[in-house]
Ligand binder design. Sequence first.
Ligand code: AHR
Length: 500
Amino acid sequence: LRARVALNPASVVAPVSRRTFGSFVEHMGRCVYTGIYEPGHPLADEDGFRTDVLALARELGVTMVRYPGGNFVSGYRWEDGIGPVADRPRRRDLAWRSIETNEVGIDEFAKWAEKADVEIMYAVNLGTRGVQEALDVHEYINHPEGTHLSELRRANGAEKPYGIKLWCLGNELDGPWQTGHKTPEEYGLLAAATARALRSAEPDLELVACGSSSSIMPTFGSWESTLLEHAYDLVDYVSCHAYYEEHDGDLGSFLASAVDMDHFVNSIVATADAVGARLKSKKKINLSFDEWNVWYLSRFQSAPLPKEWEVAPRVIEDQYNVADAVVVGSLLISLLRHSDRVTAACQAQLVNVIAPIMTEPGGPAWRQTIFHPFARTAALAKGDVLRLEIQSPVYATEKYGEAPVIDAVATHDPATGDVVVFAVNRDQERAVEFAVDLTAFGTDLTVAEAWTLTDDDVRAVNTKDDPERVTMQPLTGVALDGGAATLTLPRISWSAIRFT
Ligand code: AHR
């Protein structure tokens, strides 16, 4: 089997957006408590943050973190999480049927974000709350000084405003499970009113309106269309959420999940552009793919949430295998390919909850398999994303019809001359040769590094006791002759090759 592509530095999709490498910290399960924050842990710093988790978040290359939810945010009172910790109320979190102690709120999270060197993407509650509360939390977070809430922030120890630029107008309000679920019309009006008010306070905020919570929602497309009829000029982004899993042993369809992600993105771009055309607007709405990952959602749906109300219960702590990691790598290929319109994205979530980083309370932190393709892509994708026309054999899938065996994206950094190819081989039996014509970059490129994630056992996982079972391996099958490269990609693999 053989696939081929020719790379051209003049054929640019868009610059790589650093916000593509976002993640998500929700007050859910053990993402915050015993995830990023565990004051009694031997490796906790003076603020109670686990330094082992901070180090792994930096190694992962996360650039931006969405906070504080998720479904959680739709019942959240942000002011519960400020001021002296001893005075903060314990509340029910209806989304995840757990107790929220409010030990961590925006002031603590902003400290963590500074240590992790990430931008915060902040979500306001438009489930049980509205315009006034959005304005209040904005005043607390971003207003410099001299007003009630900005002075309260200063009194709580943060003299300077946090300067958060990117704000989500609620979360998944199209979903009937969402506290405060709304019709498209209701949400469109509320998102527009909230956006208008926030912009009066700070005109150059970047605002993300909630799109559909998945492409199988009955209102998929019409939700975005109605919302944008109301809010087109007021928002910058529409959000997309998608989770993938292997159903009933159908590995072929699962490996082709990025075909669905491509279709999702193209559908929402077309929907947004159609509204723009109707409104005779020159503005383009971008996509914030602010929840994406592999998630064994059907397992969660068949196992109800704990009956008891607990603090930080173990919720959706999926353990990821090699195939899951290959799919995560391929979803990153899809996101990068759409860098002209998908300019922000968040893998959901960062720690413990469907996460690349796992922890044990009082114990170690380790990298799941899915950590590796994310970390390599975040480290290597620099400069411009190139437009590729890949010729690949195809295979039949149950879910998506014919899917290409090889999918890939490439970046070119004009500053260093580096060209990086990220490629997935979905064939379940065979290695595939991928011929990459680099002659448009001259004939003196060399291979600087070549990595692959693959394993004889595609079900292999990393655990607390065997945390390095699955890691990136050197990709040995790389031949380069003049500007002609041939990559031999192992079966079910994700690879990254940097030429310089
Ligand atoms: O990431 C887990 C949950 O998935 C989020 O809380 C919600 O927004 C989505 O349904």
